[in-house]
Design a protein around this ligand. Structure first.
Ligand SMILES: Nc1ncnc2c1ncn2[C@@H]1O[C@H](COP(=O)(O)OP(=O)(O)O)[C@@H](O)[C@H]1O
Ligand SMILES: [Mg+2]
Length: 273
């Protein structure tokens, strides 16, 4: 889109430089305010091979731009729920309605899933469709800059640390300016300090870009630190749906966050509210 703006002004007299700059600024502003997608799930169910439902008649509305954390015991259906929402898997019953346009929906996993034989830059550009190769490379470079890895563009993935590889995976998910970003335990394999850095990065980029975020995590402290709202999934249903009203930027160790974390952990550990 950027390049097309520039192209429209090609050959214009020099006096129009200011006008061109204005148009470019407008494109950048538009680029920064990617509209998030809203989601409405109605009676959503999924079972595999006619077995017990993994997702069981789930109703849920997620407004555009909300940051939602999904927590729950292993095997309760969190990844299945993400796959249904992303359209990677078909529901057995019910539906997922996506509101707010046709911006891409992207997912990031615990493993970065990079192509070992492609440069860091090319690994990010893989997330893009359309445009010329030069445009794709330019957008990939800007996504890499966003995650603080501009200087690693020409390296091989094998030369990066685990945290850096996850940042490449994040850049690849973000390069297409998704309206929905799903994160399936993205930081689960990282050490504690790297994880805290990445949490701050994800929050910063979410605030700047405005996509809807859906984060599955087993780290309840991470959920309360990042999310506007926490869903506890149990036996394929939403057992608890709590808003996190603490304002941002949030301070680690905030007593309200700690109290909420305790409440959710209690729920997970003994099944009581
Ligand atoms: N493709 C599949 N085929 C059969 N069973 C599956 C499949 N995907 C998930 N399941 C089952 O669904 C349940 C929920 O899995 P999952 O959504 O991955 O849980 P979570 O992400 O919460 O740990 C598990 O019992 C799992 O074995
Ligand atoms: Mg899972």
């Amino acid at each position: 889109m950027f390049a097309s703006t520039l192209r429209r002004f090609e050959g214009a007299p020099a006096a129009r430089t200011a006008l061109r700059r204005e148009a470019v600024d407008r494109e950048i502003a538009r680029d920064r305010s990617t509209a998030g997608l809203g989601l409405t799930l109605r009676g959503l169910s999924k079972s595999f091979d006619g077995g017990r439902p993994v997702i069981d008649g789930l109703d849920l509305h997620i407004p555009a731009g909300q940051f939602v954390a999904v927590v729950g015991r292993s095997g309760c259906g969190k990844s299945t729920l993400l796959r249904l929402i992303l359209g990677l898997d078909a529901p057995s019953a019910g539906r997922v309605a996506v509101e707010g346009g046709d911006t891409p929906r992207r997912i990031m996993f615990q493993e970065p899933r990079l192509l070992p034989w492609a440069s860091v830059l090319d690994n990010v550009a893989v997330g893009l469709r359309g445009g010329t190769a030069a445009e794709r490379r330019a957008r990939a470079a800007s996504a890499l800059k966003e995650v603080g890895l501009a200087e690693k563009a020409e390296q091989w993935p094998a030369t990066l640390s685990g945290g850096q590889r996850q940042r490449v995976a994040l850049a690849r998910a973000l390069v297409s300016r998704p309206g929905l970003l799903a994160l399936d335990e993205p930081l689960g394999a990282l050490d504690a300090l790297t994880r805290i850095d990445m949490q701050a990065m994800i929050e910063r980029i979410w605030r700047a870009q405005g996509f809807t975020a859906l984060l599955v995590t087993h780290d309840v402290a991470e959920a309360v630190a990042l999310a506007d709202r926490i869903l506890v999934v149990e036996s394929g249903r939403i057992a608890l749906d709590v808003p996190v009203t603490v304002s941002r930027p949030r301070r680690r160790g905030d007593p309200d966050l700690a109290a909420l974390e305790g409440r959710i952990l209690d729920h997970l550990l003994d099944g009581r509210g």
